[in-house]
Design a protein around this ligand. Sequence first.
Ligand SMILES: [Zn+2]
Ligand SMILES: [Zn+2]
Length: 100
Amino acid sequence: MTTISKDEMPLRWVLTDHICRICFSRVLTRTTFDHRKVFKCTNCDTEVEGDHVTALCCCGMKLKGSKDAGVRCVLNTDRTPLNPSVIIAQQVDAIPATRK
Ligand SMILES: [Zn+2]
Ligand SMILES: [Zn+2]
């Protein structure tokens, strides 16, 4: 009879509806034993600790000067063979004009 130590329980990653801002692949999240959140890309393996998925996903894209770039991860409602992604990054807000 074999026993599995509880210390060796597999990490439980949960799929989010957000995509990595580096490679546009889906982002996973898990909560650590001390209740911190970790976000990890399924493709490029980038791992970021943060309060929110925007620490890694496209929603957190910033312009120079740390302004919100207005990009959000959205469900792709028009999937095609050329663009089969479930989640895509889309410009949802007009970039606010800084010059007057
Ligand atoms: Zn990635
Ligand atoms: Zn996002």
